[in-house]
Ligand binder design. Sequence first.
Ligand SMILES: Nc1cncn1[C@@H]1O[C@H](COP(=O)(O)O)[C@@H](O)[C@H]1O
Length: 478
Amino acid sequence: MAEIEQTTNIPIYPSAKTVRIIQDKFVQKEFLISKDIDVVPSRSVQCVEDVVKLGEEFGYPMMLKAKKLAYDGRGNSVVESAADVRIAFDSLGGRDLYVEKWFQYTMELAVMVVRAIDGTIRTYPVVETIQKDNICHTVIAPARIPAEVAERAQALAADAIRAFDGCGAVGVFGVEMFVDKDMALVVNEIAPRPHNSGHYTIEACYTSQFENHLRAVLGLPLGDCSLKVGGAVMVNILGSGTSLDATWQPFARALSLNGASLHWYGKSAVKQGRKMGHITFTAASLATALSISEQVTQPNSESSNSSDSQPVVGIIMGSDSDLPTMKAAAQILEKFEVPFEVTIVSAHRTPARLVEYGNTARSRGLKVIIAAAGGAAHLPGMTAALTPLPVIGVPIPLKYLDGVDSLYSICQMPRGVPVATVAIGNSTNAALLAIRMLGVADDSLNTRMENYLRASEQEVLGKVDKLREIGWKAYGEN
Ligand SMILES: Nc1cncn1[C@@H]1O[C@H](COP(=O)(O)O)[C@@H](O)[C@H]1O
């Protein structure tokens, strides 16, 4: 921060300098451990050899992290084994790095802490943070943990910030921690600033993290950090592809909900996975706040009020000439009463439509995509590259090469972008696999799948009886 001439008695918070001091101190585990703070062990590294040496001490996997500008899954890399060290190191090349020991956690918690100039410390409630793809998706306040654990978490967060006494650390800090299977707590990261896991405080607490930050650095009395509602759920809204319409969908749904407060950040461009805003749901109880939030986050689930016919499986095919092969998939989904949509998307003839379909599939509520194409069958692979949803590829047999060309171009995907490929022309199996995937979150589908398996077993056993009864000659004439 540039030098600012101090014209009043209001102290000026040297944020950039403090951030630097704290960052440097925090990566030295000895600093916090010497103050009896339980932290995930971490150590600064300068070169590949340093990382390899720590691999021997910490064991693999380990996290390699950049000291600065590492957030939302960026600026860090998992080191699976000694063989991965160089790749991981080079991927973060040229930055100040540290290595963190792998920690097997059962839950992630966060506590916002505010420290006044005179050293007074206040803690906000303990919240649960739920990450997907290394980005925080949901913050639940208060965390669904026993009171005794919450007390320990607040005390640990306060102690962690107290450890920086003497560094000029004033203002708001986000303390993130892991919970292990025995409910032990260790500090994972400290963000020396107002934090995403504290955004819920705007609507849910008497004094928001932002107001308390200002109060702290201006030397004013700190405000009340406690909840003024029964519960709050903060949901981050991430860019859905580059589509403003698709990204806006959760806001459109939240506009009609009581207890939903919308924050759109007004960023100039929508980018896939970028935080574009957040919505905080508050209510007299956490259960109610959660169920309101589900009307935005899971608009197709039973707990929300939306219609049952919202498609969860998308069947796409390169041409209408693929429909005779794909009919069987539609019939299976109909039989299992799984809502689905069918449309034509060609990777080569309608590339822009493919990008739009892939980028918006998830936000439109689809859970699985079945993609069919023949010949140079790039549709399934390109779709899998655009969406995190599972994609099942159906190779269509054409006049030449009997579908082997389609099979190879669908299943031979590069590492990192999987397509589950079924047998040539077997769209029935594609639909059955999609239903099994949906069964992970809907047990009634598993029951229906068991019945389906039993019915096909009975069908074969019936044939066995008939063959035995009438003999192979008569059976063959039937
Ligand atoms: N690979 C590809 C890209 N766009 C269409 N196709 C495929 O080309 C085949 C022949 O399409 P058509 O019958 O329309 O000529 C179809 O199997 C269709 O999936």
